[in-house]
Design a binder for this molecule. Structure first.
Ligand SMILES: [Zn+2]
Length: 353
C-alpha cells in the first residue's frame, strides 16, 4: 500500500464525522411529538431546521507528499487534522521513481502537494501540475530552504547537469525549516487549526534541536581522522559539513546506473590511499560492485545508511524521520570508532501527540 508512515493513525474523517444514520432512532421521536402538538400550520413546515446539515465538520485539508522522511515531517505538524498521503512507496529509489496513474488520482485530490524539489521528484511534480485541482498548490521545500548559491554539486550531482544534490533533509536544521514551511502552509490553508499546527511545530523544533546536539556530540566522538564518509548513494552532502565530517566520495554515477569498471578501479585506489575504514551503502541501492570493492580494497561495507526509507515496520515507534537520523548516526559511530551510546537512547517517536 502507498500510504506512508502516517497511516499509523486512523484516517479519522470516516469515523469522527457524526454519522447521520446514528441519530434518527433517538432524535425522531422527540421531533415528532412537537410537530403534532403544534397545530399551527405556520410553525410546522420548516423542514430546513430538522436535519441540521451544519453539524458536518469541515473536511480535512488533503495533503500529499513524496518520500517517507518528508511525509513524516509533515505528519509531525499536521497530525490527525490533515489527510496525508505519501506518493513514493517506502523503500523505493526516489530519484528514479515514476508515479503510477493511480497517483494522479491521489494528487488530484490534494489541496497541497509538498515536494522536496531541487529536481528530486520531477515526474511526480509534472504529474501533480497536470492534475492539480482548482486552488490547490505545490510547495517545494528545497527551493524555500536554501539559496541557489548554497546548492551543492558533486560526483553524483555534477554542476554540468545543473541539478544540485537534493538531500537537504539529511541536515536536521534544514528538516526543521521544512517543518516550518509545512506549518506556515497548513496554517494559511486551514486557519481554524493554526494554533494546533504552531504547537506541533514548537514540539518538533525542540526535538530537532536536541537531535542536532546529540548527532553533533556523537560524531565528535569519532576520531578526527575517521570523520570521513564514502558512500554509495550521495545523500550526506548537507549533513557532513554541519557535523564536521567530510564526504570523500560517492560511488553512484549521476544517472543512477552502476559505476563503470574504471570508476570502480579508481575508487579502490582512493580507498587504499586514504585509508578509509568503510564504505556506506543503503538497502535502496543494491550494487554488485560493492562486493568487489570490499574484497579488493579490504574495507568494511555497511549497507544500512538511509535517506529515503524510515526504520522499523510501518507502525513501529521508530518509523520516523528522527528514527532514521538516529540510526544513521549510530551506524557511522559504530563503524568509524565513535560512541554510538551517546545517541542510542534518543526519543525517536513522533513529537506530535
Ligand atoms: Zn537519495
Amino acid at each position: 500500500m502507498l500510504a506512508a508512515c502516517n497511516s499509523a493513525t486512523p484516517a479519522p474523517t470516516a469515523t469522527s464525522a457524526p454519522k447521520p444514520t446514528q441519530s434518527p432512532p433517538t432524535a425522531a421521536p422527540t421531533i415528532a411529538p412537537t410537530a403534532t402538538a403544534a397545530p399551527k400550520p405556520t410553525e410546522a413546515p420548516k423542514p430546513t431546521e430538522a436535519p441540521q446539515p451544519t453539524a458536518t465538520p469541515k473536511p480535512k485539508l488533503s495533503v500529499a507528499t513524496t518520500v517517507e522522511p518528508l511525509t513524516n515531517i509533515v505528519y509531525n505538524i499536521g497530525g490527525n487534522r490533515i489527510e496525508l498521503v505519501g506518493i513514493v512507496p517506502p523503500g523505493t529509489d526516489s530519484h528514479t521513481f515514476e508515479p503510477a496513474p493511480s497517483d494522479a488520482v491521489r494528487l488530484a485530490k490534494a489541496d497541497v502537494v509538498f515536494v522536496n524539489g531541487l529536481f528530486l521528484e520531477e515526474p511526480t511534480v509534472k504529474l501533480a501540475k497536470a492534475n492539480l485541482k482548482k486552488g490547490a498548490e505545490i510547495v517545494q521545500f528545497g527551493e524555500n530552504t536554501i539559496k541557489q548559491q548554497d546548492w551543492v554539486f558533486d560526483f553524483s550531482f555534477p554542476k554540468a547537469e545543473g541539478k544540485p544534490n537534493p538531500h537537504l533533509w539529511m541536515n536536521p536544521i534544514y528538516a526543521l525549516r521544512y517543518a516550518e514551511i509545512a506549518k506556515d502552509t497548513l496554517s494559511r490553508r486551514d486557519a481554524d487549526n493554526a494554533a494546533y499546527y504552531a504547537q506541533n511545530y514548537a514540539a518538533f523544533k525542540t526535538r530537532i534541536e536536541a537531535l542536532d546536539a546529540s548527532i553533533k556530540k556523537t560524531i565528535e566522538s569519532i576520531p578526527a581522522n575517521n570523520r570521513r564518509l564514502l558512500t554509495y548513494h550521495d545523500s550526506f552532502a548537507y549533513f557532513a559539513p554541519r557535523y564536521g565530517m567530510k564526504v570523500v566520495g560517492a560511488i553512484q554515477p549521476s544517472d543512477f546506473a552502476q559505476p563503470t569498471a574504471k570508476e570502480v578501479a579508481q575508487l579502490i585506489q582512493q580507498l587504499k590511499a586514504e585509508k578509509i575504514p568503510a564504505i556506506f551503502g543503503s538497502e535502496v541501492f543494491p550494487s554488485k560492485v560493492l562486493e568487489q570493492i570490499k574484497k579488493e580494497a579490504g574495507v568494511e561495507f555497511i549497507d544500512t545508511l538511509s535517506d529515503d526509507a524510515l526504520p522499523g515496520a510501518e507502525n513501529a515507534p521508530n518509523h520516523t524521520y528522527i528514527g532514521m537520523m538516529v540510526d544513521d548516526t549510530i551506524t557511522m559511530a559504530k563503524v568509524l570508532g565513535g560512541k554510538p551510546d551517546l545517541i542510542a537512547n534518543f526519543d525517536v517517536t513522533n513529537s506530535v501527540k
